[in-house]
Ligand binder design. Structure first.
Ligand code: AGP
Length: 597
């Protein structure tokens, strides 16, 4: 299960000898294993229990923030996957009632609340009912697994917008985020629905909704092996991560719009500081840099602020002009990229303020920033960035809205409307994923291409660059992205018979002039023999005659188009790489996090 995150790991076991025992360690699983070896495995002999590998969302990856979390009396143990959005209010309520919390996590609040219901509530002594009572109080996404020292034959689990499956064995029953956890013991599984709770024991399982009414999960048989199970049945993690993008977007947006306002995760700078910003730099590398190029269009349009997007490796060597009213947005999935980290340090030496957009809680870059907005894409195992990139694009829009909100260039109702449009994007991306079979087929036919060009205009230009990068790093194929308007200034000389050119079309409902110019660009290259692969908004009939291959994506607001038009390019690159027999997850010469300059 380490692929789901490895900031920490822990176990809780209901033992005959010592009741509920817990061991947890920050860092890799090996740290927990050695702690268990030191304690002696006999100390963890029991008939019910749970384990957890953590991908930190709230609270740095240190021992006291590691799961399982317990109540004060140490009789309730909880592990959790997801984000409890209203945990701050719940935490305050607990502290007001005299409860002392020992971690920075949202999970610990659940442990205390369940203990309070079990000890004093109307559901006293009834663990499933106590968990249901607490689930009804929680906002956000969560999978909770709960044990109680009084109930050695019971494990209770509940889910909302976060995965949970039941494994039905012989004289043993499992719950897990993923079948990978129990596939070596049983292939008989049960999928649980939204707002459902399951009680498991050695004899089986019982499902209810959060009000205690009987409910039914969906039985299925797992026909994957363990390795495939970790990849959700896909051949490669990257293919699974492409499929996870709707959730990555939804989880990144979740919790960042409260009481009608955009909220950051950490803000060590005042709203006045945000209002005083008179220039923005976005510094990043690779795909993160491309997400910054998208951000430029949104921030300049929404905030009327000048935005420069810089390769982090160039930024500090060109002696940029920075001061206290400069905001540097550092975008990094790993939060450890040396080029970006050094750019952050240079910016702070120049008194600029830094806002980190990062997918890794507690990483160096967010720690050295004045504000942080975490993407919640979950761990990305594939070296080529997919769900993390889309989450960065979405997070950068949130940064733009936070700036527009602080500066008043957008009224609160306008911010709310833009956020509402963002909230519709996970389902738009899901629609794209449902129709990419055509792109997979196209990719398998392009395996022998010598080179591919990518063209885009406006926010489609960064998408063209990202599509080219995916193809380079996955299929080791020469690929280049261009601003379509640049074609006539040289690159059009590259066009020859059958050369594949991917065109990212602007929306026909956006800037009409951009659409018209792109149509003429396509006819220019088609006249010179190019094979045009056009990514266009569904129903864009004007471009159809010029597309040798037409890939349609849902109609979305102009500035948000990268969220849908990038996905076919990810799939195309992965399919070409697969057809070439390459390792899609571990491309040659590359590393997931480049911690050297
Ligand atoms: C993208 O597919 C690459 N893996 C690479 O360009 C990556 O985006 C870049 O190295 C930045 O990494 P970071 O987001 O962790 O800083």
């Amino acid at each position: 299960m380490e692929y789901r995150g490895y900031d920490s790991a822990g176990v809780a076991v209901l033992t005959q000898a010592d009741g509920l025992v817990v061991e947890r360690k920050a860092g890799r699983l090996a740290n927990l294993v050695s702690a268990l070896d030191d304690a002696g495995h006999g100390a963890f002999a029991g008939t019910a229990g749970m384990g957890h590998t953590r991908w930190a969302t709230h609270g740095a990856p240190i021992d006291r923030n590691s799961h399982p979390h317990r109540d004060t009396a140490g009789r309730v143990a909880v592990v959790h996957n997801g984000i409890i959005e209203n945990f701050a209010a719940l935490r305050a309520e607990l502290e007001d009632s005299g409860v002392e919390l020992s971690s920075d996590t949202d999970t610990e609040t659940a442990a205390h609340l369940i203990a309070r219901e079990y000890d004093h509530g109307s559901t006293a002594g009834d663990l499933p009912a106590s968990v249901r009572a607490v689930c009804r109080k929680l906002d956000g996404a969560f999978t909770l697994v709960v044990t109680h020292a009084d109930q050695p034959d019971q494990v209770v689990a509940a889910r909302r917008s976060s995965p949970l499956v039941v494994g039905v064995g012989e004289g043993e029953t499992f719950v897990a985020s993923d079948v990978a956890a129990f596939i070596e013991h049983t292939r008989d599984a049960v999928e649980l629905g939204q707002d459902q709770l399951v009680v498991i024991s050695r004899d089986g399982y019982d499902v209810t909704d959060f009000h205690g009414d009987p409910a039914h999960g969906k039985p299925f048989t797992v026909d994957w092996d363990l390795s495939a199970a970790e990849k959700g049945g896909h051949e490669y993690f990257m293919l699974k991560e492409i499929e996870e993008q709707p959730d990555a977007l939804a989880n990144t947006l979740r919790g960042h719009f409260r009481s009608g306002r955009i909220v950051l995760d950490e803000q060590r700078m005042s709203d006045q500081d945000l209002r005083d910003v008179d220039k923005v730099f976005v510094v990043a590398c690779g795909s993160a840099y491309h997400s910054g190029l998208v951000a430029k269009y949104a921030i300049e349009h929404w905030c009327r602020l000048p935005v420069e997007v810089e390769l982090a490796s160039e930024f500090r060597y060109r002696d940029p002009v920075l001061d206290r009213d400069t905001l540097v947005v550092a975008v990094s999935q790993s939060g450890e990229t040396a080029d970006t980290l050094e750019a952050v340090r240079h910016a702070r030496e120049q008194k600029a303020r830094v806002l980190a957009v990062c997918n890794t809680n507690g990483a160096q870059i967010p720690r050295e920033s004045d504000a942080v907005l975490y993407t919640h894409a979950g761990p990305e195992i594939g070296v080529a960035s997919t769900k993390a990139f889309l989450a960065q694009v979405a997070a950068n829009y949130l940064v733009g809205l936070a700036l527009a909100q602080a500066r008043g260039t957008k009224y609160p109702d306008e911010v709310a409307r833009e956020f509402g449009e963002l909230e519709a994007m996970p389902s738009a991306v899901a629609k794209v994923l449902a129709t990419v079979g055509q792109v997979r087929d196209l990719g398998s036919r392009m395996a022998d291409s010598r080179a591919v060009l990518f063209l885009g205009r406006h926010v489609g230009f960064p998408v063209a660059l990202e599509g080219a990068l995916k193809l380079k790093e996955l299929a080791y194929m020469h690929a280049e992205g261009f601003a379509a308007g640049e074609l006539k200034h040289g690159p059009i000389a590259l066009i020859e018979d059958e050369l594949p050119v991917v065109v990212v079309m602007p929306s026909p409902k956006g800037r009409a002039v951009l659409h018209a110019k792109m149509v003429s660009n396509i006819s220019e290259i088609q006249a010179r023999g190019a094979r045009t692969i056009v990514i266009a908004e569904e129903g864009d009939e004007r471009v159809r005659p010029f597309a040798d291959e037409l890939v349609e994506v849902p109609a979305v607001p102009t500035l948000l188009q990268p969220l849908v038009s990038t996905v076919p390019l990810q799939v195309l690159a992965a399919e070409i790489a697969r057809s070439r027999g390459y390792d899609v997850d571990k491309p040659r010469n590359l590393a997931k996090s480049v911690t050297v300059e």
